[in-house]
Design a protein around this ligand. Structure first.
Ligand code: ZN
Length: 199
């Protein structure tokens, strides 16, 4: 059907590369862009380019930060740098921040180990986490999701930290199995964090 619409086909192909865009929405999104005023399309593209230039990952915790500003977590004098909470992505970081009960810093792994999707330890920031521990950290809280991938990732990190001078803890049991922190309510996350146990 796209023989006569090669440019439209190209647009759909481009949108297909956005991982979280459900395929049933591709045509709607394509149509939305095509119906936009040309100036708004320009503004949208400029916004993307600007964000790409200005937003970078923090070298220490790998959370997003403004290029010209220090990381709001790592540079905060109110936060305990000796307490590091390890999360898969920054959506989980937000879930923990929302509890208002965590005063440590973070380490964003960038996902979980998933051999089927070609994600091994080297694709994540695990080596950087180990280096952080070697520079001196009192406690690591493994707050990966309670999915098979999240659990495997936590176990992998715990093995790597064995024998090092650091307390390795994880969230309290009782969280719904297979769930992500992001999907949980504030009180449940707070409870899981404050009642954490040794890994
Ligand atoms: Zn940081």
């Amino acid at each position: 059907m796209f023989h006569e619409l090669p440019t439209f086909a190209q647009l759909i192909k481009g949108l297909q590369q956005i991982p979280f865009l459900a395929s049933k929405n591709l045509y709607r999104v394509a149509e939305h862009f095509l119906q936009m005023d040309p100036e708004r399309v320009d503004q949208f593209c400029a916004l993307l380019i600007h964000a790409k230039e200005k937003i970078v990952r923090c070298d220490e915790c790998f959370c997003w930060k403004e290029r010209e500003r220090p990381c709001s977590f790592c540079s905060s004098p109110k936060r305990d740098k000796q307490l590091v909470c390890v999360v898969e992505t920054w959506q989980e970081l937000f879930a923990i921040e929302k509890t208002d009960g965590y005063q440590g810093v973070y380490h964003v792994l960038g996902g979980a180990i998933c051999p089927l999707e070609g994600i091994g330890p080297d694709e994540l920031t695990i080596a950087q986490l180990i280096a952080r521990v070697d520079r001196g950290v009192k406690e690591i809280i493994l707050a990966t999701n309670q999915t098979p991938e999240g659990e495997a990732t936590a176990a992998f990190i715990a093995r790597k930290l064995k024998g090092k001078e650091v307390i390795v803890s994880c969230l309290a049991r009782g969280l719904p199995v297979g769930s992500s922190l992001e999907a949980m309510d504030r009180v449940t996350v707070y409870k899981a964090l404050s009642e954490r146990r040794l890994f």
